[in-house]
Design a protein around this ligand. Structure first.
Ligand SMILES: Cc1cc2nc3c(=O)[nH]c(=O)nc-3n(C[C@H](O)[C@H](O)[C@H](O)COP(=O)(O)OP(=O)(O)OC[C@H]3O[C@@H](n4cnc5c(N)ncnc54)[C@H](O)[C@@H]3O)c2cc1C
Length: 199
C-alpha cells in the first residue's frame, strides 16, 4: 500500500485519540478490576503438553519457573507478512503500510495497490474503496482466495481493478516516497508496473 507516514493510535471506538503506552496502561487498569494476576517482564519459553505434565498444561518461563493450568490461551500477537522485494524496507512508512484500517485515511484520494487477495487483502480493498482515488489488487495465485461474499462485494466496486497470477518484484519510489510497483505476469512472463500516479 502507498502511504506518506504512520498514524498515531486513533482507531478505537469511543477513543478519539491516544497513544500506545497510554492505551496499554488503561487496559491494564481495567484488567486489574477483575481477579487477574499479571506477571510482567516474563517470557514463556516452552509449552508442555498435559500428557507429559501430570494432566496439567505447563508453561516454562525464561526464569525457570513452571506455571500449570487446565487451560492456556495463547495471545502472543500476530505479525504482518513481508513481501520481501527490493524497496519494501526502504519505503516502509513512506508509502508502504501494513494496516489498512489505521493508515487508510493517509491515502485519501490517492491511487493505492493492495498486495494479496485473501480475506485480509479483499477486506482492505473494500474498506479503502470509499476513501481513496483508485485501488489495484495484486494476487499471486490464479484466483482470489477470499470468501465468495467478499469477492462479490469487491467486484461491485467502481474504482478498482485486480490482477491475478502476478508476482510483485519491486516497490519503486522517488524523492523518498513510493511511486509505484513492478510485477511479473506469471502466465505470460511479461513485466508490468502499477503507478501511484493516475494515467
Ligand atoms: C503502530 C501501530 C498502531 C496501531 N494502531 C491501532 C489503532 O489505532 N487501533 C487499533 O485497533 N489497532 C491498532 N494497531 C493494531 C493493534 O495494536 C493490534 O491489533 C493489537 O495490539 C493486537 O493485540 P494482541 O493482543 O493480539 O497482540 P499484541 O498487542 O502484539 O500482544 C501480544 C503480547 O504478547 C507478548 N508475548 C509474545 N510472545 C510472548 C512470550 N513468549 N512470552 C510472554 N509474552 C509474550 C508480547 O510481548 C505482547 O505484549 C496498531 C498497531 C501498531 C503496530
Amino acid at each position: 500500500m502507498y502511504a506518506d507516514g504512520c498514524a498515531p493510535c486513533t482507531y478505537f471506538i469511543s477513543v478519539l485519540e491516544t497513544d500506545g503506552p497510554k492505551f496499554a496502561a488503561a487496559l491494564e487498569q481495567h484488567a486489574k478490576q477483575y481477579d487477574v494476576e499479571i506477571l510482567n517482564l516474563q517470557r514463556a519459553e516452552q509449552l508442555i503438553p498435559a500428557a507429559d505434565n501430570n494432566g496439567l498444561v505447563g508453561i516454562r518461563l525464561a526464569n525457570g519457573a513452571l506455571l500449570e493450568s487446565k487451560t492456556v490461551i495463547l495471545s502472543s500477537g500476530a505479525r504482518w507478512r513481508e513481501v520481501n522485494v527490493p524497496g519494501e524496507k526502504d519505503y516502509r512508512n513512506k508509502g508502504v503500510a501494513y494496516r489498512s484500517h489505521c493508515d487508510g485515511p493517509l491515502f485519501k484520494g490517492k491511487r493505492v495497490a493492495v498486495i494479496g487477495g485473501g480475506n485480509s487483502g479483499v477486506e482492505a480493498v473494500i474498506g479503502l474503496a470509499g476513501l481513496v482515488g483508485h485501488v489495484t489488487l495484486i494476487e499471486f495465485g490464479e484466483q482470489l482466495r477470499a470468501d465468495a461474499v467478499l469477492v462479490s462485494k469487491l467486484k461491485s466496486l467502481p474504482k478498482f481493478v485486480f490482477h491475478t497470477q502476478v508476482q510483485t518484484t519491486e516497490i519503486t519510489g522517488a524523492d523518498g516516497k513510493v511511486n509505484g510497483l513492478s510485477y511479473t505476469d506469471r502466465a505470460s512472463g511479461a513485466a508490468g508496473t502499477s503507478s501511484s500516479k493516475a494515467g
